[in-house]
Design a protein around this ligand. Structure first.
Ligand code: ATP
Length: 210
């Protein structure tokens, strides 16, 4: 029996920014994807030195970001898991009922060799890789077993069951949460990187002050 597809986009969203949303909207149009699920992470095992803002604030900011886009939704599954919450466990959960497509940025792609149980991850899903301007490494710097699965796709759908890594061709957007946090601490500058309703929320709740 064919399972229905699900497109998951995991992130710390600390805070969510224009890049997250605009990239997903571009991906949906180009690859005919009806719905993308944003999946806020608990503290990522790879980012333990950067504790994110409280979960409920990240969820509220995400809700503001997607309020105009019925083609985007949020699932808080990972926020209810016992830490450390690994992607492989999340994928096992969603793969029970879905064919899973897991969307990551190119910087995360370069980190794949560090991911816990990568082989199992590739058995459970396809990875869709978004281009990212800050990353200028060579695709072929990665270990062979990863590179052999990569394809560049101009059009969906992907015909293999799982395990393909697709580097999609959509325009790059040069924004990061790190820059947003820096902008928020620089009071003389109005951040252009954050969606205005999120910026209001951040101010109302006095977030990212230090
Ligand atoms: P930080 O600057 O704190 O590392 P970030 O901007 O990378 O944060 P995350 O919430 O960690 O934001 O990102 C979630 C996912 O989105 C990751 O897979 C990341 O690679 C991807 N991503 C974020 N911003 C971009 C961007 N501008 N272009 C492509 N991918 C992006």
């Amino acid at each position: 029996m064919n399972k229905p597809p699900i497109y998951l986009f995991g992130g710390t969203f600390n805070p969510p920014h224009q890049g997250h949303i605009n990239l997903l909207l571009a991906l949906q149009v180009q690859y005919h994807i009806d719905l993308i699920t944003l999946l806020p992470n608990a503290i990522s095992p790879l980012k333990l030195d950067k504790p994110p803002i409280a979960n409920h604030h990240r969820i509220n900011m995400l809700k503001l970001c997607i309020s105009d886009y019925p083609q985007l939704c949020i699932d808080d599954f990972e926020l209810h898991q016992t830490p450390p919450s690994y992607t492989v466990n999340t994928l096992k959960h969603f793969a029970q009922k879905h064919q899973v497509f897991f969307i990551i940025g190119y910087d995360s792609y370069l980190n794949l060799p560090k991911w816990y149980q990568l082989e199992t991850i590739l058995d459970l899903c396809h990875l869709i890789v978004l281009p990212r301007s800050s990353s200028n490494h060579n695709l072929y710097d990665l270990p062979k077993h990863i590179v052999q699965n990569t394809i560049t796709q101009k059009d969906g759908p992907i015909i293999y069951e799982t395990g393909r890594i697709t580097c999609v061709e959509i325009p790059k957007i040069n924004v990061s949460s790190t820059e947003c946090r820096a902008d928020l601490q620089n009071l003389s500058r109005e951040s252009q990187l954050i969606i205005p309703s999120v910026l209001n929320y951040i101010r109302e709740h006095n977030l990212y002050k230090d």
